[in-house]
Design a protein around this ligand. Structure first.
Ligand SMILES: CCOC(=O)c1ccc2c(c1)NC(=O)[C@@H](C)N2
Length: 116
C-alpha cells in the first residue's frame, strides 16, 4: 500500500466510526471505562475497548480491514455484556449498540463490496 491508496479506506472507517458514535446516545462507549470509578472492571475485562480507542487506532493505521475494525467493535460489546448484569442500564445499552451498530457495520460491508 502507499499512504494514498490506504487513505480512502481509513476515511471510510472514520465515517463508520462516526455513525457508531451517533448510536451511543448514553455516551457510555465513547471513552475507556475509568478503572478508578469502576475498580473491579479490570478483574473481569482483560481487553478493554471503546470508540475513542478505535478512533486512535484508525489514525495510527492499525486497521487493515473492516473485519479487524469489526473485531474491536464486537470486543467492546462483549466486554459490556460480560461485566454488567442483565437488568442494568449498561447491559441494555450494550444490546442496543450491538443491534444498531451491527446494522451500521452490515451496511458498511455492503458499501465496501460495491466499491471492489
Ligand atoms: C463515572 C462512572 O462511570 C461508570 O461507572 C461507567 C462509565 C461507562 C461505562 C461503564 C461504567 N461500564 C461499562 O460497561 C461501559 C460500557 N461504560
Amino acid at each position: 500500500y502507499t499512504l494514498k491508496s490506504l487513505w480512502p479506506f481509513h476515511a471510510f472507517l472514520h465515517t463508520v466510526l462516526q455513525q457508531l458514535i451517533s448510536k451511543d446516545t448514553g455516551q457510555i462507549f465513547i471513552e475507556p471505562v475509568d478503572q478508578n470509578e469502576v475498580p473491579d472492571y479490570g478483574d473481569i475485562v482483560k481487553h478493554p475497548m471503546d470508540l475513542q480507542t478505535m478512533e486512535s487506532k484508525i489514525k495510527k493505521f492499525e486497521y487493515d480491514s473492516l473485519e479487524a475494525f469489526e473485531t474491536d467493535f464486537n470486543l467492546m460489546i462483549s466486554n459490556c455484556l460480560a461485566y454488567n448484569s442483565k437488568e442494568t442500564i449498561f447491559y441494555k445499552a450494550g444490546i442496543k449498540m450491538r443491534d444498531q451498530g451491527g446494522t451500521v457495520l452490515r451496511t458498511a460491508k455492503r458499501d465496501l463490496k460495491a466499491l471492489e
